[in-house]
Design a protein around this ligand. Structure first.
Ligand code: ADP
Ligand code: SF4
Ligand code: MG
Length: 393
């Protein structure tokens, strides 16, 4: 096992960089990600497009089962592997046939359309610094995953090894990418301390030798963020970093994400159904339901003046504390979204939200709405945006 020897502490901080204007880091274009299931293809991600620029934090906000994590898996290049794993273990003949067809298509660089039927797995484009990640092979992807693109798992003790000191765990990504064994121990320690210091773990020079159980839940999540930062990534993806932790811890996790945002010029993709977290830590947000991105725009606009009936209903179904009074003053009601979450194997015709929408008309049932820019940078997928009642929180 590698060891990190005790050394004097470097008080180095990451230098706050000045945001350069609009260098594109990630462009997701027409992304699809489908699972093969015994009932047919489950369309978790349908034609989704968005861009993240340097230093920008983009949120994906939406109800559980909407397809948010599937987007993260696709960007990390592990969607196909995870989706296939279940099929190999418990899939039926049809599911196996579809995956073997998909593998043929991948080898020949063909799409579902070329193959004449819809296939499971990922399709579309994920441009990362100008390179299409979906065109990379696994060896090439491995150089980027956990290095330039890092992932912060959900806050949980199971995301860490309970028996290993946190400095060793934080250093693991460095060692994993140090194929030629060129990193000096001293340099590894220096970078570990910088990362832990960055997320403000107190007394890091002593406490780095402790095991995860000796830290609080909020500190755990911050250590997970430090682990993701150690490689000095260009893009950090955090999936539900505040789910499964209590309100006090949520606040501290949120602060840690804000800290990272303020100190580093990082692009961030933050996946959550926590409105408070999205509102406080993202610049732009995409709202998802039933595998579709229904609205996208700057976070303040989308949260204050949501344009899509789903976004309005979703916010009203579980508003954050600070909005509850405002909602009452406006005479609005806090209530759940009526109806059932759509079955993504048999998605509704037309607008994916139509079975639950209070503004539905015939056209909504028949024609899928275009994704329209209703004001600069604010996109809404709804036929009736102009006819909807005013809504402001
Ligand atoms: N390995 C899998 N095989 C089949 N279906 C899956 C698998 N993983 C997730 N799903 C389904 O895909 C849909 C989207 O899931 P997910 O991306 O995890 O949504 P979210 O993160 O928004 O909760 C859900 O209906 C979920 O049940
Ligand atoms: S397109 Fe129709 S059903 Fe869909 S959100 Fe708009 S009004 Fe509702
Ligand atoms: Mg998820």
């Amino acid at each position: 096992m590698k060891m990190l020897c005790s050394e004097s502490i470097f008080n180095t901080k990451y230098i706050t960089l000045i945001m350069s204007d609009r260098e594109e880091i990630l462009r997701v274009e027409g992304l699809k990600a489908f699972y093969a299931t015994p009932r047919g293809l489950l369309k978790a991600v349908n034609d989704i497009s968005f861009t993240i620029y340097k230093g920008e934090s983009v949120g994906i906000f939406g109800e559980s089962g909407a397809g948010k994590s599937s987007i993260a898996l696709a960007i990390m290049g592990v969607f196909n592997k995870q989706a296939k794993m279940f099929v190999a273990a418990r899939g039926n003949d049809e599911m196996k046939r579809l995956w073997s067809l998909k593998e043929k298509a991948l080898k020949k660089k063909l799409t579902s359309k070329d193959m004449g039927e819809e296939l499971p797995g990922v399709e579309g484009h994920i441009w990362f610094k100008g390179e299409d990640l979906l065109a990379l092979d696994e060896k090439e992807y491995r150089k980027i995953r956990g290095n330039e693109i890092t992932y912060v798992p959900q806050a949980s003790r199971t995301s860490m090894n309970p028996y290993t000191e946190i400095d060793i765990q934080t250093a693991e990504a460095l060692w994993a990418h140090d194929e030629d064994d060129i990193l000096w121990e001293k340099e590894v320690l220096r970078r570990v301390l910088i990362a832990l210091d960055l997320v403000e773990i107190a007394d890091v020079d002593i406490r780095r030798k402790l095991k995860p159980s000796e830290f609080s839940m909020g500190e755990d999540q911050r250590i997970l963020i430090a682990m993701a930062l150690i490689m000095n990534p260009v893009l950090m993806i955090a999936d539900e970093p505040t789910t499964a932790v209590d309100v006090g811890v949520q606040k501290r996790v949120m602060e840690a994400i804000q800290l990272v945002r303020d100190k580093l010029e990082l692009a961030m993709l933050l996946i959550s159904n926590d409105q408070g977290l999205i509102a406080q830590t993202t610049d732009k947000v995409g709202v998802m339901s039933a595998g579709h991105l229904l609205e996208f725009g700057d976070t303040l606009t989308v949260m204050k003046r949501p344009g899509h009936p789903f976004t309005r209903a979703f916010i009203m179904s579980n508003p954050p504390m600070h909005l509850i009074r405002k909602i009452r003053e406006k005479g609005l009601k806090i209530r759940g979204i009526p109806g059932k979450v759509p079955d993504m194997v048999e998605l509704p015709s037309g607008c994916p939200f139509h079975p639950r929408c209070e503004y539905v008309v015939e056209k909504c049932r028949e024609i899928k709405p275009d994704y329209r820019e209703v004001e600069k940078g604010h996109w809404v997928m709804c036929h009736r945006f102009e006819e909807l009642p005013e809504f402001e929180l």
